[in-house]
Design a protein around this ligand. Structure first.
Ligand code: PEP
Length: 255
């Protein structure tokens, strides 16, 4: 296992936070705190902030992502946004299948797969989220479940496309709760995801796939989590809204 084969990616998930003017103010601070990063830095922002984010990050090392996209290119899907729309704006990344989408908006493994394929067909980099509920961890089925979520999410994704995919292991019980998985737990599940990718695409592809951890990663715990061999970065919610804390996480991933 060689961690140098993959670039660490720290991605912020702003969720439903920040108006465009607030986004501009936060990005002004972020530009300073992440400017020396030796990892990829992404901010995934609400749709209405995308234009501001793209404008304000131009010429910087910050890349911009959306928090979801629909699987159809266009049509009668009121309130939805398609991958071609994001692509034309200049968006590069998109979060797919976040647990809040699965829990509150009826997202399933099958729609996660469809959205992943839609993102890839436009050349967007999908950040595909998988992870277990607390009851599932307590039942001892975390690895089977996460392997299954990963397999379904990647159905019909080619080996070539796979090199663009980022997977985020996000235990649902750790998201926004302040309860973080231990570095060992995060590494164990990330390794299981990599083994699943290896079964589907071979070791060479699997070794190059960036697998993030997400779930209450913050300035205090990032270094330990990111030091693990299979933890290639983080998907950061709450701490991505604080420029100083996000900067500390980016620094930890840059080592
Ligand atoms: C997330 O939204 O993906 C997330 C991990 O949130 P938090 O860092 O707040 O737990």
């Amino acid at each position: 296992m060689n961690k140098n084969l993959r670039k660490a990616v720290i991605a912020g998930n702003w969720k439903m936070n920040k108006t465009p003017s607030e986004a501009k103010a936060l990005i002004t601070e972020l530009k300073e705190t992440v400017k020396d990063a030796n990892c990829d830095v992404v901010i995934c922002v609400p749709y209405v902030d995308l234009e501001t984010a793209l404008r304000e990050t131009k010429g910087t090392n910050i890349k911009v992502g959306a928090e979801n996209c629909h699987f159809e290119k266009s049509g009668a899907f009121t309130g939805e946004i398609s991958a071609p729309m994001l692509k034309e704006m200049g968006v590069e990344y998109v979060i797919i299948g976040h647990s809040e989408r699965r829990t509150y908006f009826g997202e399933t493994d099958v729609t996660v797969n469809k959205r992943t394929l839609a993102a890839l067909s436009e050349g967007l980099i999908p950040i595909v989220c998988v992870g277990e509920y607390l009851e599932q961890r307590e039942q001892g089925i975390t690895e089977e479940l996460v392997a299954m979520q990963t397999k379904i999410a990647l159905q019909n994704v080619t080996a070539e496309q796979m090199e663009k995919v980022i997977i985020a292991y996000e235990p649902v019980w750790a998201i926004g709760t302040g309860k973080t998985a231990t570095a060992e737990q995060a590494n164990e599940v990330n390794a299981c995801i990599r083994a699943t990718v290896a079964k589907l695409y071979g070791k060479e592809v699997a070794d190059k796939v960036t697998i993030q951890y997400g779930g209450s990663m913050n300035a205090a715990n990032a270094e330990e989590l990111l030091s693990k061999p299979d933890v290639d970065g983080g998907l950061i919610g709450g701490a991505s809204l604080k420029a100083v804390d996000f900067g500390v996480i980016v620094k930890a991933a840059s080592k």
